[in-house]
Ligand binder design. Structure first.
Ligand code: MIC
Ligand code: SF4
Length: 642
């Protein structure tokens, strides 16, 4: 039987297991990336593993999230990261150089390779034909140490593209359409693979918009073939030698298929406060907007900013709108400035910022109270912008700029002729600030500021677990709910005791204090959740900080992939209701007893009884052999050491 692109890459990187859907497999990882907000912890973990130098083909340490330096903390972390990159043999991409995913696509991505990144949008690399996956920092640290990456062999969801996009409709709308059809949990357990005649109508950066935003489906990753467009992109990056053709066999089979005729798509928009809350722009046109932000790893390529600039050629930004542009990388900035587009943006009234994540993770750019903010970002989870009760909409650069001009949500087709963007054959590379790995053996000292706290140690789990339900939440809880980000909290990412004070801040601000009071009486915590618990960011802090506070069990209807892996890595037992209706039988404050949990893990039991206020409830242990061993020792680090 023929193979899909994903299956070909999986097969060539398989080191343990069999490529049977639903079974655990281990993959060799060729490249890794980290960003600063998850990277500080990942390198503390790498240090704890005790390997002197990274063992991958290539590893890059990016600084793109924590760019606002309101005190010493972020600046200290930047220096720490620069020094670990030197010591352990990584490339270092400094602040202002761009968003990890954009820069990696431009300068390092290679078709057919595997990439593991400590950020959920790592699948951006799928636009180049890589198998690029997000993971927790500890999994990335293990990959840097030369260990394989473990995952449950996903199913393959084929997305057949036909036709050609109409003017003013772009790659963003393709994935908004997929999200509209499948929802934020529709991709869980799948690799989304794009094929069909419509693929050749999309450039590599269009494809990267789609694979990046595909993270919001909960998919393991998304991938495009590597074809002539891929060669053209790599040639423009002066890296044509990295190209190889990689396409699915004609008789390849997909587990599911959906078809999208690109020609039938209209401009779409995701309404507050979930990426799958999608409607046609024309349905909500006319609502006043206060802020329009173009940028993020989803939509900040040269093409994206050029189309915005070309549209603004004959227009000005409405005085009612704060219109801001966050370029994806220094390369993007250099190229749009050489082409004159940067001048157009500035002249038309844009506030142009340094290249980086910025407002996408609440690092500045919070919108005004009660006002609509339109963003070309991937996420609009409640409060992520930094403003309580925010109204964030997600859309294409075309919809963003049209709305910035008119001051109201606008279908860009109302603007008339669609400007043409002609990209140069060779880009200015803009990579002069990237520092290549230092030679091995150089005596480098790691620079540690006072913001870096030692890594917490966790105990093995007991034979019988007793504790209390400290919080009960509903469906689609994001890691932004569990461990919020933003300019105030992000600088604490390398200090678990400090950051744990903010766990579940927007859901129940008393949670950390109540956990501490419980811990003082030796009472451990459980959290009850609904479906797709832990969707969104890969931040392992959403497991690590609750664990530090004493959360040891999570009992939910279903988990998001990366969060579940992070829970296991830090010794939190992930239980799934055998009967989802039992969710209603557990209350906040319920007392839980799980007798024989250790034995159940050791004996490969697939179910366990949880006594809830004296009444039995059945829960599933959906865990591999390796997961069980890790949970028994208390954490992946304990397991690796043993
Ligand atoms: C995000 O977009 O949520 C982030 C911030 O990039 C995260 C990583 C983090 O929380 O540091 C992600 O996507 O994994
Ligand atoms: Fe940065 Fe936003 Fe992309 Fe996350 S989603 S990596 S915060 S730009």
């Amino acid at each position: 039987m023929g193979k899909t692109v994903a299956e070909k890459i999986l097969a060539s990187h398989l080191v343990e297991g069999e490529l049977k859907k639903g079974e655990e497999i281990a993959l060799r990882i060729d490249q890794t990336l980290t960003q600063d907000a998850t990277g500080t912890m990942a390198y503390l973990e790498f240090e704890a593993i005790g390997i002197p130098r990274v063992k991958t083909e290539l590893s890059v340490c990016y600084v793109d999230h924590n760019l606002v330096q309101s005190d010493f903390k972020n600046a200290d972390d930047h220096r720490f990261l620069q020094s670990v990159a030197r010591k352990f043999g990584l490339y270092f991409s400094p602040p202002g150089n761009g968003i990890s995913h954009q820069v990696h696509l431009e300068r390092f991505g290679i078709p057919g390779k595997t990439l593991l990144g400590s950020d959920s949008h790592t699948p951006t690399g799928g636009g180049l034909g890589m198998l690029a996956m997000g993971a927790g920092g500890l999994d990335v640290a293990m990959a840097m140490a030369g260990k394989p990456f473990y995952l449950i062999m996903p199913k393959i969801y084929g997305v057949k593209l036909t036709g050609k996009l109409q003017p003013w409709v772009s790659a963003r709308d393709v994935l908004l359409e997929v999200l509209r059809r499948l929802s934020v949990k529709g991709g869980v357990g799948y690799i989304m693979e794009y094929f069909g005649p419509g693929v050749k109508e999309l450039s590599v950066t269009d494809r990267a918009t789609i694979t990046n935003f595909g993270a919001e489906l909960g998919a393991t990753t998304s991938v495009f073939p590597s074809d002539e467009n891929t060669r053209i992109f790599l040639a423009a990056q002066q890296r044509e030698e990295a190209w190889q053709e990689l396409v699915a066999d004609d008789d390849a089979e997909y587990d599911e298929i959906m078809e999208i005729d690109l020609a039938t798509l209209e401009p779409l928009i995701a309404c507050p406060s979930s990426p799958d809350n999608v409607v046609k722009v024309s349905e909500i046109a006319g609502k006043p907007v206060a802020q329009v932000l173009v940028g993020s790893c989803t939509n900040s390529s040269i093409r994206d900013l050029s189309i915005v600039a070309k549209t603004l050629d004959n227009h000005e930004v409405s005085p009612e709108v704060s219109f801001e542009v966050n370029p994806g990388s220094r390369q993007v900035l250099e190229n749009i400035s050489k082409a004159g587009d940067l001048h157009t943006l500035i002249h038309a009234g844009a506030r142009v910022h340094q290249a980086g994540c910025l407002g996408c993770i609440g690092m500045g750019q919070a919108p005004p109270t009660g006002a609509i903010s339109l963003r070309t970002f991937p996420r609009n989870f409640p409060g992520r912008s930094g403003t309580v009760g925010d109204k964030v909409y997600l859309c294409s650069p075309e919809v963003a700029v049209a709305s910035a001009i008119k001051g109201v949500i606008t279908d860009p087709r109302d603007l008339g002729a669609y400007p043409e963007v002609i990209l140069p054959e060779k880009y200015l590379l803009g990579d002069g600030r990237i520092v290549a790995p230092w030679p091995a053996g150089d005596d480098v000292e790691i620079v540690r500021g006072p913001n870096i706290a030692p890594f917490p140690e966790f105990q093995a789990i007991p034979e019988t677990w007793t504790g209390k339900v400290m919080l009960k939440v509903g469906d689609n809880i994001t890691t932004d709910h569990i461990m919020p980000a933003g300019a105030k909290i992000l600088p604490l990412r390398s200090n678990i005791p400090a950051i744990s004070e903010f766990v579940f801040e927007s859901v129940d601000s008393k949670f950390p204090l109540e956990m501490k009071n419980a811990a003082a009486h030796n009472v451990f915590g459980a959290i009850i959740g609904g479906d797709n618990y832990g969707q969104g960011s890969s931040r392992e802090h959403a497991a690590l900080a609750p664990r530090y506070l004493g959360v040891q069990v999570k009992l939910v209807k279903s988990f998001a992939r990366i969060h579940k892996a992070n829970l296991i890595n830090f010794g939190i037992i992930p239980l799934v209701f055998s009967d989802p209706a039992d969710y209603d039988r557990v209350e906040q404050g319920s007392e839980l007893v799980i007798a024989g949990i250790r034995e159940a893990l050791e004996n490969d039991s697939e179910e366990i009884t949880v006594e809830c206020d004296g009444k039995p409830i059945q829960a599933k242990l959906e865990l591999s052999k390796r997961h069980r061993e890790i949970l028994v020792t208390g954490s992946l680090l304990n397991w690796a050491r043993s």
